[in-house]
Write a protein that binds this ligand. Structure first.
Ligand SMILES: [Zn+2]
Length: 221
């Protein structure tokens, strides 16, 4: 594929991922999200600061170091560039990063509580461990980005983090798989909150999460 057709196809994938997230009911009332997809080792595509009604020609090209290389970002969203860039720099295997304010997951972020892995979809889509909380910092600030970087180092197999007092950041090999995990995390957060009325959610049997992590480690090697 030529450079321009690769960019166009990847931008189109981000537009379809945004539509899929709305269709799945995981967006907050504001519809706020920013979605990105890797182009190569140095660059990724990033939505411009909104995703409702997004067109493929509105997606920007950004360097993993945070420099805008093509297209335009709304002023506020230049702050979130590094939130995506730090994941691409730290995790070479990551092909897509999605950020939303999905309501139930955000409840855990606001409560500064990690979201345990206690549902089958979370296991199936690869998050066989709790979703950890990154301490609050103004979004895209050095504090927040450093916090994400530290958690990624401490949790080399996590595919998502909660951003304290803010929302959810999920990453995966491509936008569709990341969107599937994001939906599984939001469903898990809803189930976790609902189960509290019934006496509280219960862990998987001992060893279940370790078995899935071992399987995934073998599949990745
Ligand atoms: Zn946000």
């Amino acid at each position: 594929m030529t450079e321009s057709s690769t960019v166009a196809a990847t931008a189109d994938l981000l537009v379809r991922t945004a539509e899929h997230l709305f269709d799945s009911g995981v967006m907050s009332h504001s519809g706020h999200a920013n979605l990105s997809a890797r182009l190569d080792g140095e660059r990724f595509l990033l939505t411009p600061g909104f995703v409702r009604g997004l067109r493929a020609d509105q997606v920007a090209v950004v360097g993993v170091d945070g420099q805008v290389l093509g297209g335009r970002l709304q002023s506020a969203s230049t702050e979130i560039v590094n939130m995506h860039g730090v994941v691409y720099r730290t995790r070479p295997e990551v092909g897509a990063v999605l950020h939303t304010h999905s309501p139930a997951a955000t409840a855990f972020a606001v409560a500064h509580q990690p979201l345990p892995c206690r549902t089958e979809p979370m296991l199936r889509f690869g998050q066989a461990e709790e979703v950890p909380v990154v301490p609050w910092g103004p979004r895209g600030s050095d504090v927040s980005v450093r916090g994400i970087s530290e958690i990624l180092a401490q949790r080399p197999t996590t595919s998502a983090v909660l951003l304290a007092n803010h929302g959810l950041l999920v990453f995966g090999p491509d936008p569709r798989q990341a969107a599937d995990l994001l939906t599984a995390i939001e469903e898990s957060a809803e189930a976790e909150l609902a189960a509290r009325a019934l006496g509280g959610a219960v862990d998987f049997p001992a060893g279940a999460l370790e078995a899935v992590r071992a399987y995934m480690a073998r599949a990745a090697s």
